[in-house]
Design a protein around this ligand. Structure first.
Ligand SMILES: Nc1ncnc2c1ncn2[C@@H]1O[C@H](COP(=O)(O)OP(=O)(O)OP(=O)(O)O)[C@@H](O)[C@H]1O
Ligand SMILES: [Mg+2]
Length: 301
């Protein structure tokens, strides 16, 4: 799907190890092609595991097979994709990057033992939230690096820098509140920062209350769009003068979570209409009608 509207979470994803807040010191051994031993990055959500894996892949200029193990979970993936990738000749170093590895079935995990052990030109990078869901023989074949909860002071500085780059006026207590409410998850904190950065005059200001109430409105609009309730949709749109770009961004996240390709295609079309200047209300109504059409079709099948 074309990314017409960039989220801050993507925009501010670190592109070098130096930018990663609270980088576990063991990662530095991998910098500039030092060690290439297989790695298992474990820790809570939104602490930088996937980010670090992506940086290492690009740093090594490697040929990469990236799989999301929450989708590609079974032994067939090991046999049909991973073993095939590892055994195919290449002049480049190879990386098999298995994101969310703890979602892979135990049989598939164990099926990787020999491949990890015998590959001479490949690094495996696994990321996971829950260490106890990784089979012991896999852990013992990797260097395990644990990502801990990030230190408050470093995070607050980082969040403040994002707000400065986005020209948002803020007070530090509000940033602290957002971080405290995010349960140690940077992804959530940055999302919240964006939601709560409200247009005011020519600039933006961090406004927690308005941001949260806008989030509630977005949820309402999302439900109305999905249920094709045009009349109520128009009502909410007029009453709360909703920010259509915010709605499209919110929809993008919700639909990506569901991984619904048909809905994504419909949304992409209306993101395009918006990007070329179609007026906001027409975009909303068109999108609502197209989604209703899509859902009507899938129901009648
Ligand atoms: N240590 C960090 N330093 C800077 N930004 C971070 C850090 N951790 C997370 N982020 C921000 O949060 C976003 C999500 O990070 P990432 O995908 O690396 O998290 P994760 O640890 O893989 O989480 P999950 O366990 O949910 O997959 C990044 O795009 C970035 O904006
Ligand atoms: Mg991740």
């Amino acid at each position: 799907m074309p990314r017409i509207l960039t989220t801050w979470v993507d925009k501010y994803r670190p592109s070098s190890l130096a930018q990663v807040v609270g980088l576990p010191h063991e990662v530095s051994t991998y910098e500039n092609g030092g060690s290439k031993e297989s790695l298992c990055l474990v820790g809570p959500p939104g602490t930088g595991k996937t980010t670090v894996a992506m940086i290492l892949c690009s740093m090594w200029n490697a040929e990469v097979l990236r799989l999301d193990s929450s989708l590609d979970r079974g032994v067939d993936v090991v046999r049909d994709r991973i073993v095939l990738f590892v055994t195919t000749k290449s002049s480049k170093w190879k990386v098999v990057f298995l994101d969310e590895f703890d979602q892979m079935t135990p049989a598939a995990q164990l099926g990787l033992r020999a491949t990890i052990e015998n590959s001479r030109n490949t690094t495996f990078i696994l990321t996971a939230n829950i260490e106890s869901k990784i089979e012991e023989p896999i852990m013992s074949r990797c260097v395990v690096i644990r990502f801990a909860r990030l230190a408050d002071s470093a995070v607050l500085f980082y969040l403040g820098e994002i707000l400065k780059l986005e020209n948002v006026r803020f007070n530090e207590d509000d940033v602290k509140r957002i971080w405290m409410q995010s349960g140690g998850d940077m992804r959530m904190a940055i999302k919240r920062l964006q939601i709560c950065s409200i247009l005011e005059g020519n600039g933006r200001v961090l406004d927690l209350e308005k941001g949260i109430s806008d989030e509630v409105t977005l949820g309402k609009v999302y439900t109305l769009l999905m249920t094709g309730n045009l009349k109520a949709l128009l009502g909410v749109a007029k009453e709360s003068s909703i920010d259509v770009d915010g709605v499209l961004k919110y929809m993008e996240e919700k639909i990506a979570q569901k991984d619904d390709v048909a809905e994504m295609l419909v949304l992409a079309e209306y993101q395009y209409h918006r990007a070329v200047g179609v007026d906001p209300i027409s975009v909303l109504l068109g999108l609502s009608a197209a989604l209703a059409d899509l859902h009507g079709k899938s129901k009648s099948r």
